[in-house]
Each structure stands twice: as C-alpha cells, then as structure tokens.
Design a protein around this ligand. Sequence first.
Ligand code: ATP
Ligand code: MG
Length: 561
Amino acid sequence: MTEPVAATDFIRDTVARDNEQGTYGGRVQTRFPPEPNGYLHIGHAKAITVDFGIARDFGGLCNLRLDDTNPDTEQVEYVDAIVSDIEWLGYEPAAVLHASDYFPVLYEWAEHLVMTGFAYVDDQDVETISAQRGGYGKPGVESPYRNRSVEENLDLFRRMRAGEFAEGSRVLRAKVDMQHENMQMRDPVMYRIRFSHHHNTGDEWCIYPTYDWAHGQSDAIEGVTHSICTLEFDSHRALYDWYLEHCPLPGDQPKQIEFARLEFTHTVTSKRRLLKLVTDGIVSGWDDPRMPTLQGLRRRGYPASAIRDFCHDIGTTKTNSRQSIEALEAYIRRELNKTSQRRMAVLNPLKLVITNWPTDEDGAPLVDHFDIVNNPENEADGTRSVAFSGELWIEADDFAEVPPPKFFRLSPGKEVRLRGAYLVTATGVVKDSSGAIVAVEATYDPASKGGNAPDGRKVKSTMHWVSAPHAIDAAVALYERLFAAAYPGERTGEPLDDVNPDSLQLVTGAKVEAALADTSPGEVVQFERLGYFAQDARTPMLFHRTVGLRDEWAAIQKRQG
Ligand code: ATP
Ligand code: MG
C-alpha cells in the first residue's frame, strides 16, 4: 500500500513537538478504539487513517482496542467485522486488544481512588444522581453519601464487585467537584452494577466501568502517547486528565487530542441509526450496498485506496462540517476509471435485427468477432474478443420511432455506430398486436468494420450492444441515495424520516456480454456509457452500481463558482 505522506496538521504538529521536547522519549503510540456495538462506517475510516497514519508517519505503532465496557450492546460478530474491515482498508494493528482485558487493573485502581479518598459508593439511583448534577449556571447538589468513610466505601465497593447488591442500587463515583463548571467533573460515575454476560469476560464481572473511567486508563496501560478522538470528547478531556493524575500509572500520562468527525451529505453515520435501518428491514443488512458501512461500501465496489485518499486529502481539522457525498464519489470514479475493465451490458434490452447480415451455405447467420480494448487508461489490460451477429440487444432508450428534437441516437433513417463494430442505419420497426415495438430493423455497412466508414462520413452517436445469441442474463441493482435529504433529520429531528423509499431498483432482465461471466467476486467493471458496477461477492451475475459516470461534483463546484 502506498499513500502520500500526509501534509502536516495540528495533530501531527503536536506529536512532532512532543518528539522534539522528548515528552514521551520520542515514542509515538496511538490506538483505534471502536466500541463493538455495530459495524464500522465511513466516519471510522477517517479515524483509522488518522490513528494508523500518524503512527506510521512517526515510526510508532497503533493498536486496535475494542472498547468493550458495555456488555449489553457488544457482540463477537461486530468484533470480527471490525478486524476484517481495518485489514480491508489497508492497515494492520500492532495488536488487537480489549478494554475488558484491563478490568482487573481498572478495579485495582478504583480501589486506589477509594483508599485515597477520591471515590465513593453512592446508594442513590441514576435518575437522582443525574438530577443532582445541575447544569450550566445551576449548582450541583452533593450526594448524602459523598462523605462516607474510606472503610465503609471500600467495604461497599468490594461487595458491589462480589455481587451482593441489585442492579441500579449503587454506583461508584469519583469525588471531584460538584460545583465544577464542566459538568463531566461533577462526581462522574465510574462503575455500574450489571448482571450481564460479557462477550470477552463472560460472567466474571457484575460491575462494569464507564467509558470515561476505562478509556484513559486503558490508554495508559497500553503505553499510548497520543489518544486521538473526535470533538464530542472535548469536554471529557479534563476528566481524562484528572483520572490519570489520580491513578498509580506504570508510565507516562497519555494526551487526548480531538478532531472533527467526518460526516457526509445524504448520509447517516450513527451506529444506533444504522442498526435501526437493519432491524427495521429498510436495508438488507449491515453490508447492504446502500449502507455507509465499510462492508456496504466494499460490496458496492468502493476501492479502499480511494477512501484512504479522500480521508487524507480533506485534512484533519477542529471544525465540524459535512463533506459532499459527490466529492467522495468523484474519488471513487477517478480510481475506478484507472483500474476497471470496460464491458458492454444492456439493462433495458430491445432487439436490433440486421436485415442484410450474411448467412452461411446452410442459411445460419454468420458470427463476427471484434477485439475491443479492455481499458483505454491502461494499455497493458489488452483487448478481448467480443462476438457480433445479425441479432443484437441495444438499450430501448437508444431508439425512438419518432425522435424528439436533438435525439442523436437511433431512429428510422438514422445511422449510428455500434461501438467497435459497424455503422448501422435503422430501416423500420416490428410491432406486436398491441402496437408495442418488439424489434428494430436495420442494415449495416460491411465497409465500416471496426466502426468507421472508409469515406469518413460523420456519425454522431456511438451505442453499446450485446450479440443476442451470445448474451448472458444478469441482474443489476441500481441505487439512489438512501437519504433523500442532504441533511437527514433537518426537517423533523429524526434522520430516518428522510429515508428515500426508492433507493433500490433491481433490474432482472439485463443482457450482458459473455466476458462478464469471468468477473471475479467483488471486481468492479465499467459498463460502457452506464457507470461502474461491482460483481457481487456471493451471487454470480449480480452487479451493483457503484457510481455513475457523470462527475456531479465537478458540476456542483462549477455552479458554486
Ligand atoms: P456511534 O456514536 O455511532 O456509536 P462512536 O463515535 O461511538 O459512534 P466508536 O466505535 O466508539 O463510535 O468510535 C471509534 C473511534 O472512531 C472513536 O475514536 C471515534 O471518535 C471515531 N469516530 C467515530 N465516528 C467518527 C466519524 N464520523 N468521524 C471520525 N471519527 C469517528
Ligand atoms: Mg460510542
């Protein structure tokens, strides 16, 4: 994998400064810490390129840490998908670790906080605790249990751990400051009682650490130097530092750095909402090609390299904004233009009969073969032999019996080029009893073999075609935006209200050239004039439209001047 060395940004500046000052002895270690409660999405791709990219650029290392502190929402299925998605994106974690591996240390350090007077057991329920936190300009209220003795706290905390108390009956809280202007610092909860089975630790624990209590400590245990996360954790940084300052760390204190999330128009990246799309049956699964999950995008045919390039080129900032989905698509198209093989496929077939096509002595129509270039962008891809005969499939849209103004494709009396083959002129139509056109009749010019007339006469239109006796049947899934609105949820507050009910059109009767039978699972080809299409990884002869050919992003930029 080659990737350009990233232009510098505020995170790399910080890391470079720490290296100069010897803050971590020149060591650089990051981590990518997803919670295994769903599949990774395009936003995670940004975090992955930042976390792994910075480690690589500074000769450091980056671990995958599954942030699995909540047993109720986490599953092994998600863990496996996360591991394989990171690999697909082109990165290799130095190690695959679990926050839950640190439960024993976290527990020990929590006892340390209790013994040093910085944590206490609160017997109130979460609602009461939450109400007592107050708000901006609204003072917090101290819990009546806040000043318990160390002995009593230690005894109660150990009994919480031993399973003596019911869920929700007690929590362990840090004793920070109930009047702190930062709400996160108002005696945050460190442990909750949950009698739940955990995917990694089984039934060993009945108390589970909160995100804030687990995160910084896990960073410190692993030796992380720079703990990079998204902006919403900005207000948690003070608590992150407070916990670290009050724990007996084995080494240096890591540093949290926040950057803006990657969001796109017409796209939702909240795992909770993506899960709802799956459970409500709006999509066929987490890997539905309309999903912004890495598995969905991969199935749709998005190349990992194009996703990486995009994440790199947009840079890393501290301001939240939405990228145009068309900008990402332009990257996908640019990459596929370089790499994909050209093929011919007819999605809405109409028969074209060449009435002057020659037959052999027995009256059977002859078959011609043309060598057609596989990829004009890469000569090394060579040519393939494509069969041509007197009966062809063309797109129904490419013919009009009565052409509207400026219709340059086929109509009676008009001559067009059949790509790489011959010039043909329509002579008439065949209709069924209801008057519907079932075939177009045409004559071909035998002197135009290869697609050009020897007299050099001008032919405006070039059309794709498939020889009818040689065609194979295919199914093609055409996708529109899963969310009709550019900013899903802007109208009602609920993004799922903006789901586009017509985001999938399945075309079952497509006729495609024989070479497409050799497409490998997941391979993306260009269907001439139609766009880029990915061969499904599981179902042969099912193609997903990755992206169309038109550069909508260029058009948008032009309009915006
Ligand atoms: P959700 O809220 O949908 O569950 P999350 O932010 O909690 O998403 P995690 O799996 O906990 O997702 O995140 C793992 C890492 O990826 C975190 O460091 C997080 O900051 C980062 N991340 C998540 N979403 C984005 C995004 N849209 N852009 C950039 N980074 C992201
Ligand atoms: Mg989360």
